[in-house]
Design a protein around this ligand. Structure first.
Ligand SMILES: Nc1ncnc2c1ncn2[C@@H]1O[C@H](COP(=O)(O)OP(=O)(O)OP(=O)(O)O)[C@@H](O)[C@H]1O
Length: 355
């Protein structure tokens, strides 16, 4: 028997298409009662993962389960999980209602369910129109209606906002949020964080087939750390003064300024003044979520051909954890082994130890 939890569990999932590794040791869970975004750039492995979850692609290794079972072992799969994948086709001459009646019969649902789901997706007035004449947005709604036929506990949608106008996106957002509020599980893929940011509670971010982050969006937001970029007359002297004042999250900015995290403009100004270091300017720099997303997925754009991750799996974001975004990694390393970073790196040599 399945466990009835509504939980999606992906464990060490890997998929190779010949020499192309589309998904690599992916692990995450999706809990009921919330909307989870499954995010990554084009080619990151989202569709392949969802297809494995839905039993349409066989994993090379690892597992993807719903209610503790692989899709092909679910007793009434359409009542457990409804899905909308990309490029779903409809018979163009069939009306929306007839399309739904065919599918309802196939999964053993009564005819009246067709009208119910048309109502749920706001297509009641188009029930007798042929799907061939539908706009992209209407086709998306019809696909969603089809997924809802079995009144499923879990909803899996691949890029559902594609082709929707702003009004459609707003409608979808409200729909998915209320569906999740009923205690159901909603997993939505997208390659654009800002498209789903207001819809999702949790997020799984992948790139090159590996997990870069998984946890709550709130936690990801909190990790956006603001920095102060300081333009001093004498950078090594400033770094020394700040370190002596207890500020350790310092990094050289590529433009020659000193990036300081975990401190206010006033704290920095006071320490600099005390040490007699002239400051020519300070600027607060707030990393936005989109930037963070880009940084987390950036390796996707490295030299490796798609599907050939050059870097191994991420240093495992544990549930809720993630590697610090690149601009912070350097300074984190510096904190662990103080000053050398400043001494060793390119144009900023000599900052730390000598100033
Ligand atoms: N059937 C297949 N045969 C060979 N390679 C494939 C196949 N399906 C996917 N791939 C490759 O696997 C990688 C991941 O593709 P996938 O479609 O899962 O990514 P995605 O994140 O869904 O991207 P998109 O947002 O563009 O749909 C890509 O390099 C893709 O070319």
């Amino acid at each position: 028997m399945h466990d009835g939890s509504g939980r999606i569990a992906v464990q060490d999932l890997t998929k190779d298409f010949g020499p192309v590794r589309a998904v690599q040791n992916l692990s995450f869970t999706v809990e009921p009662g919330s909307v989870t975004g499954f995010l990554g750039p084009n080619g990151a492995g989202k569709t392949t993962t969802l297809r494995m979850l839905l039993g349409l692609v066989t994993p090379t290794s690892g597992s993807a389960t719903i209610n503790g079972r692989p899709h092909d072992q679910l007793v009434h799969p359409a009542r457990v999980v409804g899905s909308v994948l990309e490029n779903e086709g409809f018979h163009p001459k069939r009306t929306a209602r007839n399309h739904l009646l065919v599918y309802a019969a196939a999964i053993g649902m009564p005819d009246q369910r067709a009208d119910e789901v048309l109502g749920l997706v706001g297509l009641s007035t188009a029930a007798d129109r042929k799907a061939g004449g539908f706009s992209l947005g209407m086709r998306q709604r019809l696909a969603l209606a089809t997924a809802l036929l079995g009144n499923p506990q879990v909803l899996v949608l691949d890029e559902p906002a594609n082709g929707l106008d702003p009004e459609g996106i707003l409608w979808l957002r409200n729909f998915l949020r209320s569906y999740a509020r009923e205690g159901r599980t909603v997993l939505v893929s997208s390659h654009l964080l800002n498209e789903v940011e207001q819809t999702i509670d949790n997020v799984v971010i992948i790139s090159q087939g590996v997990t870069r982050y998984y946890g709550s969006l709130e936690q990801l937001r909190k990790s956006q750390r603001s920095r102060v970029l300081v333009q001093p007359a004498d950078a090594p002297a400033l770094v020394k003064a700040l370190q002596e004042g207890g500020l350790t999250e310092l990094a050289p900015n590529p433009d020659g300024r000193v990036a300081v995290s975990g401190a206010t403009v006033q704290q920095i100004g006071d320490l600099a003044a005390k040490a007699g270091v002239a400051i020519y300017g300070m600027q607060e720099d707030h990393a936005d979520l989109e930037k963070l997303f880009f940084q987390l997925t950036q390796p996707q754009f490295a030299a490796a051909p798609p599907g050939y991750p050059q870097q191994g799996p991420p240093q495992g974001p544990p549930p809720g954890g993630f590697p610090p975004p690149p601009q912070y990694q350097q300074q984190y390393q510096q904190q662990q082994t103080p000053p050398p970073g400043f001494q060793q790196q390119g144009p900023h040599q000599g900052w730390g130890g000598q100033g």
